[in-house]
Design a protein around this ligand. Structure first.
Ligand SMILES: [Zn+2]
Length: 227
């Protein structure tokens, strides 16, 4: 440190700290699981959670700053074990400046079953525009998870990692957090609906047809919110 604007780094650290500490508050992770990162598009510096730190005890100063090759630029701690995979995504997706990873239980139950999360609600149609895809199994620690994300995520903002958990991407860390929250909610709704149908010995759940999905997506992109 530091040829870089300390203001920029402070703001990036703050945003990434907020996304990380929101994970347990939103019920998406336990203890030290999961991580969030953010990229500053001007400098390409990435802020990410330190490895193995309990999220409810994480401080802003502990957030590690790395460059796109994984060199620690600022910070005293070792970055997350998933750092290489986050950086792989940032190097291959210029539109992504925030990434969230969780093991949220309902979404991970789909990842364990090897099942994409289909579109059963208008919310899923609007937010994701289609099914949330699932990757092959990838080992932790190097770029393998990042390769699977870039190859399989397509136009979605979320992907399930086979037998592992969830990765979501966004224009900001906060947007990636939003998608992580909605992925878990969708998975929980589907699991609950299936349990009820199974108890009542009724027919399986029906996904929305593609016209309804397209219409809900169009409404979300063009009419929803404050514009
Ligand atoms: Zn994980």
């Amino acid at each position: 440190m530091s040829d870089f604007d300390t203001n920029t780094l402070d703001q990036l650290r703050q945003k990434v700290w907020e996304a990380n500490t929101s994970l347990p508050k939103a019920g998406l992770v336990k203890w030290a699981q999961g991580n969030a990162s953010g990229r500053d598009p001007e400098t390409n510096l990435v802020a990410i959670k330190p490895s193995g730190v309990q999220l409810d005890q994480l401080t802003v100063e502990q957030i590690v700053i790395v460059d796109l090759e994984g060199n620690v630029v600022d910070g005293d701690m070792k970055p997350s074990i998933d750092t290489a995979s986050h950086l792989y995504v940032y190097r291959h997706r210029d539109d992504v400046n925030g990434i969230v990873h969780t093991h949220s239980p309902h979404a991970t139950s789909f990842a364990v079953r090897g099942e994409p999360i289909g579109v059963y609600t208008t919310t899923a149609a609007a937010l994701f525009g289609g099914a949330i895809p699932i990757s092959r199994f990838a080992t932790i620690g190097e770029e393998a998870i990042g390769c699977e994300i870039v190859t399989k995520i397509g136009n979605s903002s979320a992907i399930l990692l086979r037998s592992h958990g969830v990765f979501t991407i966004g224009v900001t860390p906060n947007e990636a957090l939003k998608y992580a929250i909605y992925v878990e909610e969708e998975a929980e709704i589907i699991n609950l609906a299936r349990q009820q149908l199974a108890l009542q010995q009724k027919a399986p759940l029906i996904e929305l047809d593609s016209e309804l999905v397209a219409e809900a997506r169009r409404m979300y992109l063009h009419d929803y919110g404050q514009q």
